[in-house]
Write a protein that binds this ligand. Structure first.
Ligand SMILES: [Zn+2]
Length: 338
């Protein structure tokens, strides 16, 4: 929970810590950045720091810190969708305003309003929120996290302090992984690269047993697609079509990374390879395919990735795309074996 435990984001960390220590706090903060970059960790630390009764805020030990950690602090209001709803409706915001915003904090000097996913705030909800942000009670602080500032009305943006969290350098993610997941040392370079500099994502991939399994299955299918055995294509189609939606997303992302890596190998940029622990296999793969074929196969998978969400006929889309991948990897002269 302490700011000192947060990896990276030094400037933002210092800014928030200074605000908590000096008491010069704005009424609204937006934590912006990709999933897993550390928005929630920073936001949680800031919430605790703003309410902490200790010296070095957040101390993690005082009653306020403990209440924040267990989500029992009466002066922290988490704004979430109503049961069964996917977005935060204008009614939710109106209720929060009517029942909470103008009721003074119970324990401390501040009352915090947290929206952990700002993308759930539609325009009517934001407009309702804006009325408070125009003239907030002095004790109220709004803390909203979102991937992208584009989801907010310009008027919300202009009334908030925007904290843009950037992905961390790969070395920083590697160092974190080395300290926390030493058993996965072989996969650290891959996890750091594949996470896109987001420690949260790297952690999730390391802890989710199925992720590394899916990755090795995806890589094995790419290897066999480059081979000459026609059964490989049928096997790959059946495998991808049979996955659950989140599994399929992971497998496609791994297959796309594999093809990108192959291009990196072919243009002598091995330092850019994501699958650093698979260099030998990538070299074997590259011996069997051409650069043009890989580039086109990559296009087919990227198109599949874009087209899958909301596609009713996943099986057909997968078959078509993997057929193209096969044809491209084997070049036009060798049409599909089905
Ligand atoms: Zn404390």
């Amino acid at each position: 929970m302490a700011f000192s435990h947060i990896v990276g984001h030094e400037l933002i960390r210092k800014r928030l810590q200074r605000a908590a220590m000096t008491g010069r706090v704005a009424n609204s903060y937006l934590f912006l950045g990709p999933d897993g970059v550390g928005k929630k960790t920073l936001l949680d630390a800031f919430v605790a720091a703003l309410l902490c009764e200790g010296e070095d805020k957040p101390c993690g030990r005082c009653a306020a810190c403990v209440k924040v950690r267990t989500r029992n602090h009466p002066d922290v209001v988490y704004i979430v969708p109503q049961k069964g709803k996917k977005t935060i409706s204008v009614d939710v915001i109106r209720d929060v305003i009517a029942e909470e915003v103008y009721v003074r904090p119970l324990l401390g000097h501040r009352k915090l309003f947290v929206v952990e996913d700002g993308a759930l705030l539609g325009v009517p909800a934001q407009n309702a929120l804006l009325k408070v942000l125009e003239e907030p009670p002095q004790y109220a602080v709004f803390l909203i996290a979102a991937q992208d500032a584009g989801v907010f009305l310009p008027t919300i943006l202009s009334r908030s302090q925007q904290l843009a969290l950037r992905p961390l350098p790969q070395e920083q993610v590697m160092a974190y992984m080395a300290a926390h997941y030493p058993a996965l040392s072989e996969q650290h370079p891959f996890l750091a690269a594949f996470s896109g500099g987001c420690i949260g994502r790297a952690k999730q991939m390391a802890e989710d047993g199925t992720f590394l399994q899916l990755r090795s299955e995806a890589n094995a299918h790419m290897m066999s697609l480059a081979g000459s055995h026609p059964a490989a294509l049928q096997g790959c189609i059946a495998y991808v079509a049979g996955l659950s939606e989140p599994e399929r997303e992971t497998v496609l992302a791994c297959m796309i990374a594999w093809l990108r890596d192959s291009l990196c190998v072919m243009v002598a940029r091995r330092q850019d390879v994501t699958n650093q622990d698979q260099l030998y296999e990538l070299l074997l793969f590259c011996e069997k395919v051409t650069k043009r074929g890989v580039a086109r196969a990559l296009d087919a998978l990227l198109a599949l990735e874009r087209g899958l969400s909301g596609n009713a006929n996943v099986g057909l889309a997968v078959s078509n795309a993997l057929l193209s991948v096969w044809e491209e990897l084997h070049e036009e002269g060798n049409r599909c074996p089905l």
